[in-house]
Ligand binder design. Structure first.
Ligand SMILES: [Zn+2]
Length: 221
């Protein structure tokens, strides 16, 4: 059986908990600023229609907001965010919806360094607690198949490298599921130049590394 190295734990720190009323207040104030300040910067003309040029399936992590890291504005990106950027039927359906309805031709699965969902999966595989809710388990179970083989691989005794490889493996699995898990998307890929690529955002540098961008130019109709 493969040796199970210690995986870096999810950092929780000594943070102050923001009570719900204060959190709600911050959001209200933020939206007021947005409405007053942003009206001069953004056009709200797209209220009637949208033409997003890319679909991003990203992690729900608070540090990876797609619109900000790609420097895009309102109406530019169709963003689906879920912990661990996993692909379940509702994510496939959302991608199908945007690709068909808005003729968006690029899908990016955006993972990121130190992903909590990937770390939680590795932790669970090392020290099964059995205390996760069924719902959380459904996320871990979708990440597990992409990281399991790595525990027997060359990086199994290097926790940092293991997490790095696991993040990329998880993105690649999601890319594969979008490319091959839907008749609608498969047809759009073959006939309409839809491209699905993987990418990883670095929390440390802000740089997004696209894995296989060459497949995009090849697929131009
Ligand atoms: Zn994440």
């Amino acid at each position: 059986m493969a040796r199970r190295p210690a995986v870096p734990r999810i950092a929780t720190g000594n943070r102050k908990v923001i009570p719900a009323p204060e959190a709600l207040q911050r959001l209200r104030e933020g939206n007021r600023r947005f409405v007053t300040e942003a009206t001069s910067r953004h056009s709200f003309k797209m209220a009637e229609a949208q033409e997003p040029f890319a679909i991003i399936l990203g992690c729900a992590d608070s540090r990876v907001p797609a619109e900000i890291v790609f420097d895009q504005g309102l109406g530019d990106l169709f963003v689906i965010r879920v912990a661990g950027n996993i692909v379940a039927p509702s994510q496939i359906g959302s991608v199908e919806f945007a690709a068909e309805r808005y003729h968006t031709r690029l899908v990016v699965v955006l993972g990121h360094s130190r992903c909590g969902a990937v770390l939680a999966t590795l932790e669970e595989m090392q020290r099964p607690k059995g205390s996760q809710s069924r719902n959380l388990r459904s996320i871990v179970d979708r990440v597990r198949p992409s990281v399991e083989p790595l525990l027997a691989g060359p990086h199994s005794d290097n926790p940092d490298a293991l997490v790095e490889q696991a993040v990329r493996a998880n993105v690649r699995v999601s890319v594969g599921q979008l490319r091959h898990g839907s008749d609608v998307l498969e047809q759009l890929i073959q006939e309409r130049g839809l491209a699905v690529v993987g990418a990883e955002y670095s929390l440390e540098t802000g740089v997004v590394d696209f894995f296989d961008e060459e497949t995009v130019s090849k697929k131009e109709p």
